[in-house]
Design a binder for this molecule. Structure first.
Ligand SMILES: [Zn+2]
Ligand SMILES: [Zn+2]
Ligand SMILES: [Zn+2]
Ligand SMILES: [Zn+2]
Length: 381
């Protein structure tokens, strides 16, 4: 569950500390905060409403969902002007009056919808699979409707993924603790918040996910992947040292569990090396890249997105370092030229990775040119 703080003084309570309102389960650090909330904080008026909505977690989820839908419709307003929902065929939702969104890869007049309609569709599809006990494959195929467009099959991004994250969480928050759906829902919410750049909100969600998983005693691999998501979220918020510490743990965890040729190990090594680079620990970053890149090339192949991203990051560590030598700059340019050709051939010009590499190639060439051009002597008048 994601409400882990006292509703009055925001003391961190984890999953079990403090006390709860007997009626609505709002959480407090102790009787003083609870009394204050009731007498002066308006809880005497709100308690019944929260209880009726299904308790504090459900009420919070419903409130955040409504906010996120409003924000998503507003952000998409320009793009969705004059369009209608492909599910209910209306411009304005008949019941909620919410506006339209689109946050996938659909083009032209395709893919406009209400978050409520997308959520309702995902909920119904999944409920059918659950009721009829259709098995893991059908469960997975239907579950992805919560974060992937059914028309273009691409993942929703930004504000739309955030609103759907809250929609999903609001749908399954009431399941018993440890229920599979509650676990995947909190994960989806964390991804949505992260995708929309709400790193501050994503952190307590990721942390709650992690402590729930620990309490349930899930596999070490599941814990590692959750820690890895948390580390990236810390990084997004500029908490680079915490991110680095966590990434070191995750990397050594994967290394011990799966060995150096595992895709997750390689992926985490890349992420760790990037953290080192961001903290300007260029030598450490370079030596990790040099150790892991050959493994990626051999195991995943030259055309794999991680291999390409690693080569790009390595080149970046080379040309961005303060003490970069002429040899470093030349190596960076050559590496990026090769990576750019591969990325273009495999993913096409418009792919984000291809674009990133193009940008780095430009900057590294500029750095090399600046170094190769001898400084001009000032003419004296
Ligand atoms: Zn308190
Ligand atoms: Zn209450
Ligand atoms: Zn609709
Ligand atoms: Zn789409």
């Amino acid at each position: 569950m994601i409400l882990t703080k006292c509703a009055v003084c925001a003391t961190e309570l984890g999953l079990t500390l403090g006390k709860k309102c007997g009626r609505c389960s709002t959480r407090y650090c102790g009787p003083e905060c609870q009394k204050q909330h009731w007498e002066g904080g308006g809880h005497d008026k709100l308690c019944k409403t929260i209880k009726k909505a299904g308790g504090a977690e459900q009420y919070h989820a419903n409130t955040k969902y409504a906010e996120a839908v409003g924000a998503a419709a507003e952000a998409c307003a320009e793009d969705t002007k004059g369009q209608t929902c492909y599910i209910c065929t209306q411009a304005l939702h008949w019941k909620t009056k919410e506006g339209l969104v689109r946050g996938c890869a659909c083009r032209g007049t395709a893919g406009f919808a209400h978050v409520s309609c997308l959520a309702e569709q995902a909920k119904i599809l999944f409920a059918e699979a659950e009721e009829d006990n259709l098995g893991d494959k059908a469960w997975n195929e239907r579950w992805i409707r919560w974060d992937r467009c059914g028309l273009c099959e691409q993942k929703y991004h930004g504000v739309v993924s955030c609103a759907l994250g809250w929609a999903c969480w609001k749908t399954y928050v009431g399941r018993p603790e440890g229920d599979w759906l509650q676990r995947v829902a909190i994960n989806l919410l964390g991804n949505g918040l992260f995708g929309a750049g709400h790193h501050e909100d994503a952190i307590p969600v990721r942390e709650a996910e992690l402590s729930t998983l620990r309490r349930l005693g899930v596999s070490e691999v599941t814990i590692l992947s959750t820690q890895s998501n948390l580390a990236i979220t810390y990084e997004g918020l500029g908490r680079l040292d915490e991110a680095l510490r966590l990434k070191r743990d995750v990397y050594s965890g994967y290394l011990k569990l799966n060995g150096e040729e595992d895709e997750n190990t390689i992926r985490t090594a890349h992420s760790l090396a990037n953290s080192l680079r961001l903290l300007e620990r260029f030598d450490e970053a370079k030596s990790l890249f040099l150790k892991v890149t050959p493994v990626a090339r051999r195991v995943l192949g030259e055309n794999h997105d991680i291999t390409l991203a690693m080569r790009t990051s390595y080149a970046r560590a080379l040309y961005k370092a303060d003490g970069a030598t002429l040899g470093d700059l030349r190596e960076a340019v050559t590496t990026l030229e090769e990576a750019e050709q591969t990325a273009r051939r495999v993913f096409g010009d418009a792919h984000p990775l291809a674009r990133t590499i193009q940008g780095d190639l430009k900057r590294s060439r500029a750095a090399l040119r600046a170094r190769e051009t001898p400084p001009t002597t000032k003419s004296q008048n």
